[in-house]
Design a protein around this ligand. Sequence first.
Ligand SMILES: Cc1cc2nc3c(=O)[nH]c(=O)nc-3n(C[C@H](O)[C@H](O)[C@H](O)COP(=O)(O)OP(=O)(O)OC[C@H]3O[C@@H](n4cnc5c(N)ncnc54)[C@H](O)[C@@H]3O)c2cc1C
Length: 277
Amino acid sequence: MENVYGIEYSKPEVVLLQDTGIGVAEAAARTCYDSFTNSENDVIKEIEHVMPDEEMCDSLNAIEDSNLLDDLAWTYFHHSILEHANLSFLIRGTSRGVLQEHARHRIQAISVRSTRYTMSSIINAFVAAKVGDDKEFFITKVLTFNMFVTSNEAYNKIEINTIYEKLAYQTQTVDDFYSIAVAKSSLPFLEQIKNAEELFKALQDGKKKRNVGDAFKHIISDNVKVDMVVTFNLRSLKNYFTLRESGAAYFQIRWLAQEMMRVTPSKYLDLIIKKKS
Ligand SMILES: Cc1cc2nc3c(=O)[nH]c(=O)nc-3n(C[C@H](O)[C@H](O)[C@H](O)COP(=O)(O)OP(=O)(O)OC[C@H]3O[C@@H](n4cnc5c(N)ncnc54)[C@H](O)[C@@H]3O)c2cc1C
């Protein structure tokens, strides 16, 4: 948690899901220069003489250091070699504000939790509150969803109140709000149950309406949490860390870059981050 300009923010969590190792990058570079025998890594020396079998590939992918990669990265700037190493990160709890900056990095694979499929609990809480004439229920319930990177309760209540007002506005501008908000099979609950908590439970237990998010994406702000899985090659990761770990970057994306850097093993960082002397 960090207080920035009077607002408390939670920080993103990051796990390194997979990394390919640096052996392929050295083998690729050695292929360019036909210099396998110069390697300090025995398995790479052997590739001069034989096509690697499965066991050799495992050893290759486990190498921890490479003098050649170090030279190419820091002396000769032969950075395309670094594209042979890839790292995949699971990211939880960054924000939509960060997402729009993060997604500008074109050289990555990125898969993001869809609002389309994750909005139904908010909509169900709104429908229950509206039918039950209990706005406080909506605010209290949505607070428990822990959906914002901002964490001051009073501030988040403003966010949630705004969501409520936007949806309430929409109830006046579409002909049949409830038919776009809940599954057809749940519509009878709206007549049968007038208590907000009980109606919410019935809607949550009932069939989920497909693609409910499309009609309601407009309600959420940049502060809503986002989860994603991203895969970078090492060259692109160098560019990402240079641009986003910098003091010039937006503080929330800097937190993300710092956390990604924290879980990146040193065999990669040594090739892309200049050591402070
Ligand atoms: C401090 C900061 C402030 C920013 N402010 C703004 C802003 O006000 N408005 C805004 O729109 N954006 C802004 N950006 C985003 C920035 O312009 C880039 O879109 C973003 O940082 C992605 O960087 P990138 O293009 O290097 O990354 P990637 O898209 O991952 O590209 C990686 C590298 O590949 C090469 N590359 C990729 N695509 C091409 C291509 N088509 N042609 C040639 N080379 C290519 C380049 O060398 C590039 O550096 C800001 C970024 C930072 C860090």
